[in-house]
Each structure stands twice: as C-alpha cells, then as structure tokens.
Design a protein. Structure first.
Length: 163
C-alpha cells in the first residue's frame, strides 16, 4: 500500500536558550519559522535565495543562511538568532557595541546577518585579521556602508573591545 507523504511534522528546537516545540509544514523554511511562527523578526529576509546573508543565524555554533534550510532540518538543533546576542539585562555584546562605536550600520537591514556571521567567526577565531573578517563576511551583502566600518568593528571586537 502506498504511503501518504508527510505534510507536517512536530519539531523541537532550542533557540536563544528556550526550547520551542511546534508542528510545522514540511516545506516551511527555517527563516519563516523563526519570523512567522516564533515572532523572532530580528532575522531578516533579503533575497530568499541564499544570496544576501540577511537571514544568517547560528545553528549549533555555525553560521547558516536560514532561507536555505527547512525548519524540519533544525529539529533537535540549538540555534542562536540576533535576539540572543545581548545579555539578559540588555547589555550589548562586545561585537554589537563595536558596531555601534565604529558606525558599522546605516539602515541596519543587513546587520543581524553580519552580526551572526561575525559572532560565529569570533567564536572559532577570537582575534581575526582584517582579511579573515572579509572572508568570513563574504556571504553577507550590505547596500549601505561600503563594508569598511563593518570590518573595522569586527576586528576591534576581536582585539578585545568596542574602542
Ligand atoms: S534571505 Fe537568506 S541569503 Fe538572502
Ligand atoms: S546597513 Fe543597510 S544594508 Fe547594510
């Protein structure tokens, strides 16, 4: 007897320290699960085709483009979104503070993705060089800043602060 294709599935995902269990359509993209099902709208959608990096989140520590994954593929994983960067008291992370100090954003649309790619870089390489930062951010597009202030901010965060 033919089996009926599964159209939805219950998944359990830890996001920013909170576990969410939800039934999701099998075809739902992770970025839409975050934004539309969980109201975690800090993760942006720029292209929906894997080109811009605005949707970048951390999945088990690695930077991934959440428009390139299905929500069901994140079942059992630990995610961090931009909402999870600041401390519980709202204190900015050193990287967020560096973006502020070095004027690493203008319209801010790309910023969540930039922050998540850079956070993943700083976790595996706490003191990246300028070239290493540029390489790590090559999948993130910014239409506003010319990139220099973003790169400067990430290098400064790696040097130990937001100065
Ligand atoms: S929205 Fe995912 S890469 Fe552009
Ligand atoms: S700050 Fe506007 S797209 Fe990057």
């Amino acid at each position: 007897m033919a089996t009926t294709p599964t159209t939805s599935r219950t998944i359990s995902v830890e996001i920013n320290g909170t576990t969410y269990e939800r039934e999701v359509p099998a075809s739902r993209l992770l970025v839409h699960f975050l934004r539309d099902d969980l109201d975690l709208t800090g993760t942006h959608v720029g292209c929906d085709t894997g080109s811009c990096g605005a949707c970048t989140v951390q999945l088990d520590g690695a930077a991934v483009k959440s428009c390139c994954m299905l929500a069901v593929q994140a079942d059992g994983a630990s995610l961090r979104t931009v909402e999870g960067l600041a401390g519980e008291d709202g204190e900015l992370s050193a990287l967020q503070q560096a973006f502020h100090t070095h004027h690493g954003l203008q319209c801010g649309y790309c910023t969540p993705g930039m922050l998540m790619s850079a956070t993943a870089l700083l976790e595996r390489n706490p003191h990246p060089s300028e070239d290493e930062v540029k390489l790590a951010l090559q999948g993130n597009i910014c239409r506003c800043t010319g990139y220099w202030n973003i790169v400067e901010a990430v290098v400064a965060a790696g040097e130990g602060g937001a100065q």
